[in-house]
Design a protein around this ligand. Structure first.
Ligand SMILES: [Zn+2]
Ligand SMILES: [Zn+2]
Length: 369
């Protein structure tokens, strides 16, 4: 058993993003390497020695784009965590675990209704779990909803960090869409850190056709090997042109273009959102996965005429985690081509690179304090 140190080593966001008073420009936050006292564990809590923590677009939102965290800085970001239990509740000791990105309170009307992924008292590392986050050596977490990792074969534990969010958010989204065998699916933002797994997840749920839409041609083409049957690059095109391209693609391949499509908006970009809304048609479903502060314009009466739905989805219920993990361990969902591990000491450069949007892979940072 690893001994428990006196302090937690961490990369804290000591200052959040700010606005330049004169230009109104957003100035990124500040990261500092520091230590915080080891907290006394409460009943029901365990201490996880972190193996890896993924860098998510949500972290960048807090750091660069002006999205506020629930708990004010200084706090440590990072909510995509895998690791090993080293202290706390005895039956958990030594277990390898994935920490769900959002942990419900399991004791409120929303949780009782089976909608705990949107529990209002939920805890999210790097946002609302005290000052604690995944870009650290250790993290105290409630044990109840941890996902135990067993029989992971040759898959390194740190790489499984992506199950905490990038894999499970698509799992929940596919569940919300009631994805069935043979379904026709469009993924907008299909080449991104979450979108690439939405594509794979759709196929793992049995989708018959998956159309991937993204502006990054190189990453988009890669998706043809991982679940996308067809791809459309909307870069430099207006919405109508993209819709016409989609219709032509359907015609060429003997697919109906105007009914029954399940569309996942994962891009979180204005352009992507406009495309997703434009493609929604009769008895269709639009699952809203990506986040932006953009305000959209859409005639909701179209929903009535289409008998269609727009559905929001947030995080993932902890009960789905073992099933999502199994899809990864059975290689029905590939993570290897989409994940790169780096030492946590590269966090500043890694944030910058992730922010630039040029990375081909999602980065998992491994503690090297
Ligand atoms: Zn995330
Ligand atoms: Zn609750």
């Amino acid at each position: 058993m690893t001994s428990v140190p006196d302090v937690i080593q961490t990369w804290q966001m000591v200052q959040p993003w700010t606005k330049d008073k004169e230009t109104g420009e957003k100035i990124p936050g500040k990261l500092e390497k520091t230590t915080i006292p080891m907290p006394e564990l409460q009943p029901g809590e365990v201490l996880v020695e972190i193996a890896g923590c993924g860098v998510c677009h949500t972290d960048l939102g807090y750091f660069y784009y002006g999205v506020p965290t629930v708990n004010k800085p200084p706090l440590t970001l990072g909510h995509e965590i895998s690791g090993r239990v080293v202290a706390g509740e005895e039956e958990w000791l030594g277990k390898e675990v994935i920490v769900p990105a959002v942990m419900p309170c399991n004791n409120c009307p929303i949780c009782d209704a089976g909608r705990g992924n949107r529990c209002l008292a939920q805890k999210m590392p790097g946002n609302s779990l005290g000052i604690y986050g995944g870009f650290s050596s250790h993290i105290p977490v409630p044990a109840a909803d941890l996902c135990v990792v067993e029989n992971r074969g040759d898959v390194p534990l740190e790489r499984l960090a992506v199950v905490a969010d990038a894999i499970t958010t698509p799992y929940q989204a596919a569940t919300r869409a009631d994805l069935q065998k043979g379904d026709r699916v469009v993924v907008v933002g299909a080449a991104g850190g979450v979108g690439s797994y939405v594509v794979q997840m759709a196929k793992a749920f049995g989708a018959g056709t998956v159309v991937g839409i993204d502006i990054n041609q190189e990453k988009l083409e890669r998706m043809l090997q991982y679940g996308a049957d067809y791809i459309i690059n909307p870069a430099g095109k207006d919405v109508k042109t993209v819709r016409d391209e989609f219709r032509a693609l359907c015609k060429e391949n003997g697919l109906p273009h105007n009914y029954g499509w399940k569309i996942f908006e994962v891009s979180g970009s204005k352009g992507g959102q406009e495309i997703a809304l434009a493609l929604l048609s009769f008895i269709g479903k639009l699952i809203w996965v990506g986040f932006s502060t953009n305000v959209n314009e859409y005639s909701l009466s179209r929903l009535m005429a289409f008998d269609a739905e727009i559905i929001g989805t947030w995080g993932c219920l902890p009960k789905h985690y073992p099933k999502a993990l199994e899809l990864v361990l059975s290689k029905k969902i590939q993570i290897e081509p989409f994940v790169e591990t780096r030492p946590m000491s590269t966090i500043r450069e890694t944030f910058e690179e992730a922010h630039s949007g040029k990375l081909m892979k999602r980065i998992v940072l491994t503690p090297d304090f």
